[in-house]
Design a protein. Sequence first.
Length: 258
Amino acid sequence: AAARLAAEQEVENLSGLSPNPEKDIFVVRENRTTCLMAEFAAKFIVPYDVWASNYVDLITEQADIPLSRGAEMKGKCGTNESELELSWLEQAYTLKLSFLKEGHNTSRGTEAFWRLSRIQFTYDTSERTYFKDAVSPGKHTASSHRLSALVTPAGKSYECQAQQTISLISSDHQKSVQLLLSEVRLQPFDITADFVFSEEHKCPVDQREQLEETLPLILGLILGLVIVITLGIYHIHHKLTASQVQIPRDRSQYKHMG
């Protein structure tokens, strides 16, 4: 238990190394070896109630809460389960990400993969940086329900530059809290080199965008190749026909031949 606790405490917030001020970098190490790495930009959109101007009706406002670069962190690595916990603004906000590695049967046999299995976000509406005059201020927890996100083959890292939205249900009257993730590179298992991600597995959105970017180039190359081949065939045909004896179409000219 003591060894496990020491492993959990071997964590590093390397967000200052990112040129993007909105992007955070977190590393968990066990036995002086990296066992979890996470890079991403995150923001929460949280609805909350305030009094209307008549102090009778309630209206809903929206708080946009970014993940702070100075977040404190905890980490836990395991063979099949890993966890990353972040807190900021004196624990007013806490984000816990849980990862699970498992296998499933396919026509090729059993294949292993990992996924983001649970998200838990705790926030305090009495904190005044992002919540202004909230009614009945206090702590609330927003959680995912049967989550299966960022699914990635075992031994690979997950990469997604595009923005993804994950909905969480809050204990505050079942309000829907949105987690916006972007510029994600993440690997909670099977890291083989210290501080180095394994081969990336791109998300479907990035794959589609990459295809949309390369498809015009591929089509342009094919079109150019078709034009070159057509011109080549025309040039060869022209040379062959030019070298042949031209027979007059006017039969009266036959007597002048020979």
